[in-house]
Design a protein around this ligand. Structure first.
Ligand code: PLP
Length: 439
């Protein structure tokens, strides 16, 4: 299979755009991980996406597994979503008043997801999670929250404490600008560690408003938790009157329509969604029982608002996308395709005794340069293995495969990836692995 390294793709236009962008934006980007700091070369400026493909400013074509970091479960620019968005836009972009479209999207969600009775739309995942935390604090009248090392929940102050995503990529553990007193309200413990959880509850029990966990942690590798651990977590929260928040910004509508809560058959008190919910437009949401949501303003005393919340154009994209996901067999087909892809790569790596694992669940996968059979907490990831990812990333770009530019990030298979393209991508990945392990 090994055909040796390929010449680097041309990036003249992307480089030119990047130089210009650096004069406008810190690091030339509007979200840090896009800056390619953890991989070779400069960021590719994307011009167009269609189905499972993207094209950059230099005209290079890639099979894309980043999928805008998760929202694009139907692939790029799916006609059904595009058409609905255009139809809505004919009537205007925003009113700051209720529209029937909000009801329509809410009904789709609430009717098909037993974890929410009432919801509130926001404009991003960060906002959804930040508001869910405020709700938990308002509801329980307690201040402290507990999160897990290796989980990322957006960039609100209380949650930028040893977070994953871009932060781990840059080797930082928290952000400047977060007051120490805020961080002190957030307790951080390792994942998959019942003892640490028990200890934290023993120490802080009456103060803990909420425990927040990613449905399946997928921002710092893919750290799939055992069902028994999730059960333990639910029980300890319930016993202490602490609310359990499932941050399903990645897993929501991805693992299935009911996300990780459905996958584990868990009963989180509050769930947060984003990404897929907006069909590629900026939408987030948090939801819970009617009783808990009754604490949100104007019904209750927990304030939260947004000029563009429930924006009609974004609602339309969500309606069109979720309607497709609800069609019979959607997840079965997508997940089977993704599993075959992941397992095919794994078989090859195992046959060659490469220290390489493809961890996967549903249509989410993560390439890990390890010989461990399970990685369930952040400390189990060897930072030195990221050097191998760097080589792989370059080799894959040179073979027309686009992965998110960090070895800590997961990849996504979409409904638009056909078996033919997945086979092509697999072959490119096997070639890249041969090169990585030859070095
Ligand atoms: N929560 C999780 C689990 C996420 O993965 C992300 C973003 O990647 C967020 C929250 C924040 O969402 P957003 O980037 O839309 O603000």
């Amino acid at each position: 299979v090994n055909t040796g390294s390929k010449p680097d793709i041309s990036r003249e236009k992307s480089k030119e755009l990047y130089e210009k962008a650096k004069t406008y934006f810190p690091g030339g980007v509007n979200s840090p991980v896009r800056a390619f700091k953890s991989v070779y070369g400069t960021p590719l400026f994307i011009q167009k996406g269609d189905g499972c493909f993207v094209w950059d400013a230099d005209g290079n074509q890639f099979i894309d597994f980043c999928g805008s970091w998760g929202p694009l479960i139907l692939g790029h620019n799916p006609p059904k979503v595009r058409e609905k968005v255009i139809e809505t836009m004919q009537n205007g972009m925003s009113f700051g008043a209720p529209t029937a479209l909000e009801n329509e999207l809410a009904e789709l969600i609430i009717k098909n997801n037993k974890h929410v009775e009432k919801i509130r739309f926001t404009s991003s995942g960060t906002e959804a999670v930040m508001s869910a935390i405020r709700l938990a604090r308002g509801y329980t009248k307690r201040d402290k929250i507990l999160k897990f090392e290796g989980c990322y929940h957006g960039h609100s102050d209380s949650l930028l404490v040893k977070a994953g995503s871009g932060l781990v990529t840059f080797g930082e553990t928290s952000s400047l600008g977060v007051p120490k007193s805020f961080a002190e309200e957030t307790i951080v413990i390792p994942l998959n560690d019942t003892e640490a959880l028990t200890q934290a509850f023993a120490q802080f029990k009456d103060q803990l408003a909420a425990v927040i966990i990613e449905g399946i942690p997928a921002n710092n590798g893919l750290l799939i938790q055992d069902p028994a651990y999730i059960e333990f977590l639910q029980k300890i929260c319930k016993d202490n009157g602490t609310l359990l928040i499932f941050d399903e910004v990645i897993t929501g509508f991805r693992l299935g329509f009911e996300g990780a809560a459905g996958y584990y058959n868990a009963k989180p008190d509050i769930v947060t969604y984003g990404k897929i919910l907006g069909g590629g437009l900026p939408v987030g949401m948090y939801g819970a029982s009617a009783e808990i949501m009754g604490h949100i303003s104007p019904d209750g005393g927990v304030y939260q608002a947004g000029t563009l919340s429930g924006n009609p154009v974004a609602m339309s994209a969500g309606i069109a996308q979720l309607t497709e996901l609800l069609k019979s067999g959607f997840y079965k087909e997508l997940n089977a395709k993704a599993t075959e892809f992941a397992e095919g790569i794994q078989r090859f790596a195992t046959a060659r005794s490469y220290k390489f694992k493809v961890f996967h669940v549903g249509s989410i996968f993560w390439f890990a340069f390890t010989d461990k059979d399970k990685i369930q907490c952040a400390e189990d990831i060897d930072p030195a293995s990221m050097e191998k990812f760097k080589v792989m990333h370059r080799e894959l770009l040179n073979r027309g495969i686009y992965l998110g530019p960090s070895g800590y990030e997961v990849g996504f298979v979409s409904a638009a990836h056909t078996k033919i393209e997945l086979e092509k991508a697999k072959r490119a990945i096997l070639e890249a692995l041969d090169i990585v392990f030859r070095k």
